[in-house]
Design a binder for this molecule. Structure first.
Ligand code: AMP
Ligand code: FE
Ligand code: FE
Ligand code: ZN
Length: 280
């Protein structure tokens, strides 16, 4: 059983349509794939409809933006009620803030480079959650940088003068909101220090207290030391351990199935979630 619990589509910053993610997961030999777009469930119906013809199971979810003492935290939410009012209100607030933030970043970049908001919109799916990857794609289309990674290494990093933060809920509140919506919260890439600051162990303990279900220990942004630290932390706190690719289509090198989650861990997630896994 090959299970990959973290993938993005054009509903956020991936490059494959939601159905395309499921098709690609089947082609990669996976048995189960989760669709976890940033701050949205817009791709759920299309991905679920593709499960049967592709012959694989689909776990519906999202990746919720949050913060802990100013540090960016991404929480995977699996199998929640997509219409739960409180969680919906939170992600809509974040999505609106992301839009304003992206516009501000483009205004700043536009002072130094040939880049307009229309360029960014041309790279962004209809109603998609807007993020820095769309700005990166627009910079690539304008020939400013060769690829997304180059944009992230220079003008899009948090230390860049073009970087602007956006609103996101407190991580403890977000864990509680995911649980209240019947979702199963798993901390995405909790030790990804290549992206910026990561939270200390006691923050993870606070999140566990609030209802966190697991840690995404196995992720390409974790070196061996982080995998060991986070594995031990998960064991100490009684948290599930997951592994996933964080696939973004052609936008990132992450390949479907490059990290996987054990079947018994998926069973525990499914038991705790309010929406059923879509089986072919
Ligand atoms: P944002 O949500 O707008 O803050 O942008 C963060 C997103 O950018 C993450 O979800 C990743 O998908 C993407 N990202 C982060 N670092 C890189 C990178 N080095 N290359 C390509 N994409 C990246
Ligand atoms: Fe992303
Ligand atoms: Fe993430
Ligand atoms: Zn992700």
């Amino acid at each position: 059983m090959l299970i990959d619990l973290h993938a993005h589509s054009t509903a956020s910053d991936g490059t494959d349509a939601p159905a395309g993610v499921v098709v690609a997961a089947a082609a990669a030999g996976l048995d189960v794939v989760a669709l976890t777009d940033h701050d949205t469930t817009a791709g759920w119906d299309e991905a679920a409809a593709q499960a049967a013809s592709s012959g694989i199971a689909v776990v519906l979810g999202s990746e919720i933006s949050a913060r802990w003492e100013g540090i960016s935290v991404h929480l995977l939410s699996y199998l929640q009620d997509p219409d739960h009012p409180a969680l919906l209100a939170e992600i809509e607030r974040t999505r609106a803030a992301r839009l304003v933030r992206a516009r501000t970043m483009v205004d700043l970049l536009g002072e130094d480079f040939d880049l307009t908001w229309d360029d960014v919109m041309a790279q962004t799916g209809a109603d998609a959650t807007v993020g820095r990857p769309h700005i990166a794609d627009a910079l690539v289309a304008r020939g400013v940088v060769p690829d997304r990674s180059a944009a992230f290494a220079t003008m899009l990093v948090p230390s860049s003068r073009y970087y602007v933060p956006h609103y996101a809920p407190d991580a403890v509140d977000a864990v509680a909101a995911i649980r209240a919506a019947g979702g199963v919260p798993v901390f995405a890439h909790p030790g990804a220090d290549v992206r910026g600051r990561v939270v200390p162990d006691d923050a993870v303990a606070q999140l566990a207290e609030a209802g966190l279900a697991g840690l995404e220990v196995h992720h390409r942004d974790h070196g061996p030391a982080q995998v060991e630290r986070l594995g031990a932390l998960a064991e100490r706190l009684g948290l599930l351990v997951t592994g996933s690719s964080d696939y973004h289509g052609s936008g990132k090198p992450n390949g479907l199935g490059e990290r996987t989650t054990a079947p018994d861990v998926l069973a525990r997630i499914e038991e705790q979630g309010t929406t059923a896994v879509v089986r072919p």
